[in-house]
Design a protein. Sequence first.
Length: 80
Amino acid sequence: MPTRESEGRATDNKVRAEANFNKEQRAREGAKAMIEYQANSRVVREQMARLKALRLAKQTADEAASGSTKSAGKAGRGKR
């Protein structure tokens, strides 16, 4: 027959085990969230690089088509 003391220890052990489980679960979820964050950041950087390349190609094509120095002023606008 369990005593109050052994019941108390069992309850303490259960609380400790649940706390450890929750801590490990939060750590796993945090690691997963960090991986997702890094992947999203990489996608954003790749999209920005692609858009920059397209913009620069368009500016170059516009400059070549117009042959004027007005386009050179536009190119400097994005460097703030």
